[in-house]
Design a protein around this ligand. Sequence first.
Ligand code: FAD
Length: 290
Amino acid sequence: MAPTDLGRDADADRLVEEALAADDVPQLPPAGERAALARWGEFVADDLAGYERGRDRPAEESTSFMSAYIKVGAVHPRTLLADLAGQGGASVERFVGELAWREFYADVLHHRPRTGWADLRQELAGLRYDDPEDAIEAWQQGRTGYPIVDAGMRQLLATGWMHNRVRMITASFLTKDLHVWWPVGARWFLDRLLDGDLASNNHNWQWVAGTGTDAAPYFRVFNPVLQGEKFDPRGEYVRRWVPELAHLPGKAVHQPWDHEDGYAHGYPRRIVDHAEERKEALARYKAARG
Ligand SMILES: Cc1cc2nc3c(=O)[nH]c(=O)nc-3n(C[C@H](O)[C@H](O)[C@H](O)COP(=O)(O)OP(=O)(O)OC[C@H]3O[C@@H](n4cnc5c(N)ncnc54)[C@H](O)[C@@H]3O)c2cc1C
């Protein structure tokens, strides 16, 4: 699954065979327009009414899961919008707004193609980055010692999808706790997401990193513990993806360091101190902005 120069056809065939034989390839959802519309029907019947409340709760899995279908063109967003015509309310409006974000980022990339892999805004052009190989690998494999970050990264590896809230948390951790340049994380996501899309992925990464279309988010540093407690209040999402913490009840799962048996089942210690790295990130942003 690593980025690869396919080279000759024989190499390409071998790589495809290896990829199909690998046991870490996520299971794909049923393919095609009929499957996409069936999934859409389920979402509208079961979860759309509660979307505004449930969309930020990764344990509930109550978002539409339409992103891969939209990405590959199995269904057009206009088909979904047409289906919602005449319906109002906070949940429908929010859902339509999320589809609009996708269109917005596609439009930004169309007009400014170089922003696919380069900062849209130049204010942070002088920002100092690190290249901590071991820490990047810990992030990729879900072994940072921060439970919600690790849960998200493991969900990505296992399924090829990650909940939106957790995409934001994991991206913030890489860029602001590890001080890594956003394209490093964007590349990792793009190679693994079933919905991987240059515009949506890389501009969301820039939104988190503070180099994108957003006005002034450079000081927004997600606290992985508070985010976990707020959006996974019963700890169910973390316990689902991090079995080493399954013995910790409720929201205790977000701070294993506070519990005598927190590390009893081999969960890794924190690779950085969030409070320290937050200060460091803000100092670097301040220096870059002059
Ligand atoms: C760092 C990061 C990387 C991301 N990479 C991608 C990506 O490669 N491809 C991708 O489709 N989305 C990406 N997103 C946006 C979002 O996380 C996914 O679209 C969403 O999680 C897909 O699940 P869903 O279909 O159940 O979403 P729902 O909540 O049901 O949303 C409905 C649809 O709206 C669109 N959408 C929702 N949120 C966003 C958003 N923030 N930006 C753009 N479109 C959105 C998608 O098409 C999605 O299918 C990324 C977000 C972040 C923070």
